[in-house]
Design a protein around this ligand. Structure first.
Ligand code: FMN
Length: 195
């Protein structure tokens, strides 16, 4: 029997009716039985301030860093704000990136984006990928899930109403699970005990 993988879902939108958060809920529904998805909460994270950090790491940041450490993998969904990821997401990543050991290092991760435009947030995804390189995350390359015209793909209750998008999301979650197990197997093989 395979162990369940713990995936932390991180939405870059605080909006109650966020399409990105809704996409993460759809991912949780579509996840195979051996993947469990829990949600991070970025709403209490203040703006990054080095002086504040020097005094005390805010509780919401410490909690997020802990959740990231405990997770086997991360699943991001980011809105596109002016061709980039949201400030909410970048700010949270910046806070956590100052923790030591750096919690993102070596983490398997995957990205989705949802936008009302026809491009589905592709430019935000590539910004996020660049940040992932800086932080040594290992991002799944394919499938790329960009949810365009998001307002037409979710119903008024925020449920995904588009089968093609659901299939893409399911494939991405499965790919993230496979990628995570592959990386974990590689790490085991390289550990001193295995030599
Ligand atoms: C400040 C701001 C900038 C935006 N810039 C873009 C953009 O560059 N490209 C785009 O596709 N949508 C842009 N949008 C629209 C968002 O994609 C849209 O509001 C989306 O629903 C936000 O994601 P959410 O539903 O998860 O909150 C922008 C929205 C805001 C508030």
């Amino acid at each position: 029997m395979t162990d369940t993988l713990k995936v932390l879902a991180i939405s870059g939108s605080l909006r109650k009716d966020s399409y990105n958060t809704a996409a993460l809920r759809a991912a949780r529904e579509a996840a195979p039985a051996d993947i469990s998805i829990e949600f991070a909460d970025l709403s209490r994270i203040p703006l990054y301030d080095q002086d504040q950090r020097d005094q005390e790491v805010p509780a919401a940041v410490a909690r997020l860093a802990e959740q990231i450490k405990e997770a086997d993998a991360l699943l991001f969904a980011t809105p596109e704000y002016n061709y980039s990821m949201s400030g909410v997401l970048k700010n949270a990543i910046d806070w956590v990136s100052r923790e030591r050991p750096q919690p993102f290092a070596g983490k398997p991760a995957a990205i989705m984006s949802a936008s009302m435009s026809l491009l589905g947030g592709v430019r935000a995804q590539y910004d996020l990928r660049r940040t992932m390189v800086a932080l040594d995350m290992h991002c799944v390359n394919k499938p790329e899930v960009m949810i365009s015209s998001a307002h037409q793909r979710f119903d008024a209750e925020g449920r995904l109403a588009d089968e093609t998008t659901r299939e893409f999301i399911a494939k991405l979650v499965t790919a993230l699970g496979d990628w995570t197990r592959q990386l974990q197997a590689g790490e085991k093989a390289l550990s001193p005990q295995a030599r």
